[in-house]
Design a binder for this molecule. Structure first.
Ligand SMILES: [Zn+2]
Ligand SMILES: [Zn+2]
Length: 375
């Protein structure tokens, strides 16, 4: 007794097309003979799964099956079931499904043409370069189309010939157990063509390795991790296939004075305790190459930020500039001389609560707070 097609695929009777397909896909992967060499049970399951899907994906056959069960396909009733292998139908759905799965890999081979590989180039730029943008010259070792044979791989003046084993398809069909399966043609290795007289320069590969100089435009405002794609600048394709792409991965070197957060920059500026107390001013260098004066009012506290508008980084492809934040870090005097110590001690003596409202009485305020909670 044949198992129920829906049960075979592990789906409900009313399952939609998508559910069927994904169930089939999963099971076909699991029981594929290539994954289970020599396992006859897996082979049997694989065949069952294929048969069930072949039937259920066709609305007409499915309707017949829903109505009559397996009997619908017996005694030559016109639906022509069970024709896997012989008819090659199964190999075709198999191709459908797995062709989709293998996607890119499969597309690479068309008449022996192969897309070139994508290349990655890591480039480090300074914050200044990210600020102004630049044109960088890079040297990329890459394979290029062989000029002698124009990428065909055949000796100049000759042409590759169509493979006689597969007729140029690159794949051959072979019977395996109950069904037939397609394999890469062993004669031409899937290229579909055979080069009788290989080009001497590239040994029949159709491409040669060379170092190439490329100029890359780094736009102003790029961020760490930006990826620039140069279409068609990757490795040359094989035998006339399209070139891959070149990806430039940019990283930005840490800066000595500026930290970056998006378009904004931060600069920690240490100032002396006396400047903080008395007020003062200083000049900072900014990425636009100018100096900007920053005024410090008297009584400036540690961590205070001053914003320099428009002195940050440009925003990529936008006429907008970030800001530069000056973060004040007050430096406590060290290595005091005897005289300095005397002065500070005297200063301490004549200080009042108003000189340091935050620290005056802090501990008694804290104690009171926690005693309050306790009650
Ligand atoms: Zn060549
Ligand atoms: Zn072939």
């Amino acid at each position: 007794m044949k198992p129920d097609y829906y049960e075979t695929l592990g789906v409900a009777k009313g399952a939609d097309e998508k559910t069927l397909k994904s169930a089939f896909r999963k099971l076909a992967m699991q029981f594929h003979p290539d994954k289970n060499p020599g396992d006859h049970e897996a082979e049997r399951r694989f065949k069952e799964i294929g048969e069930a899907y072949e039937t259920l994906k066709d609305p007409q056959k499915r309707a017949a099956y829903d109505r009559f069960g397996h009997a619908a396909f017996e005694h030559g009733n016109g639906f022509g079931g069970g024709g896997f292998g012989a008819a090659g139908g199964f190999a075709d759905i198999f191709e459908d499904i797995f062709g989709e799965m293998m996607g890119g890999a499969r597309q690479r081979r068309t008449n022996g043409r192969e897309r070139g590989a994508d290349l990655r180039y890591n480039m480090e730029v300074s914050l200044e370069e990210a600020y102004s943008g630049k044109t960088a010259q890079i040297r990329v070792p890459t394979s290029m189309v062989c000029e002698d044979c124009s990428g065909t791989g055949a000796k100049p003046g000759t042409q590759p010939v169509t493979c006689s084993m597969c007729g140029g398809a690159g794949r051959v069909r072979a019977a395996q157990g109950f069904f037939s399966i397609e394999r890469t043609c062993p004669s031409c290795n899937g290229r579909g063509q055979i080069i009788k007289d290989p080009c001497a320069k590239c040994a029949g590969q159709g491409r040669v390795t060379q170092e190439r100089s490329l100029s890359v435009n780094i736009p102003a405002g790029i961020e760490d991790g930006t990826r620039i794609r140069l279409t068609g600048e990757g490795e040359a394709g094989l035998r006339g296939g399209p070139s891959g792409d070149l990806y430039i991965f940019l990283s930005i070197k840490p800066h000595e004075f500026f930290q970056r957060d998006g378009a904004d920059l931060y600069c920690k500026v240490p100032i002396s305790m006396t400047t903080a107390a008395l007020g003062g001013q200083f000049e900072v260098s900014t990425l636009d190459g100018t100096q900007t004066r920053v005024k410090i009012p008297e009584g400036t506290q540690n961590g205070k930020q001053f914003r320099l508008k428009g002195k940050g980084m440009p925003v990529l492809r936008q006429p907008v500039m970030g800001d530069l934040y000056i973060q004040i870090a007050i430096e406590t005097p060290q290595n005091l001389t005897r005289r300095q110590r005397e002065l500070l001690e005297e200063f301490e003596k004549i200080s009042s609560k108003d000189n340091s409202p935050q620290s005056s009485g802090f501990f008694s305020r804290m104690k009171e707070f926690f005693e309050g909670i306790g009650e």
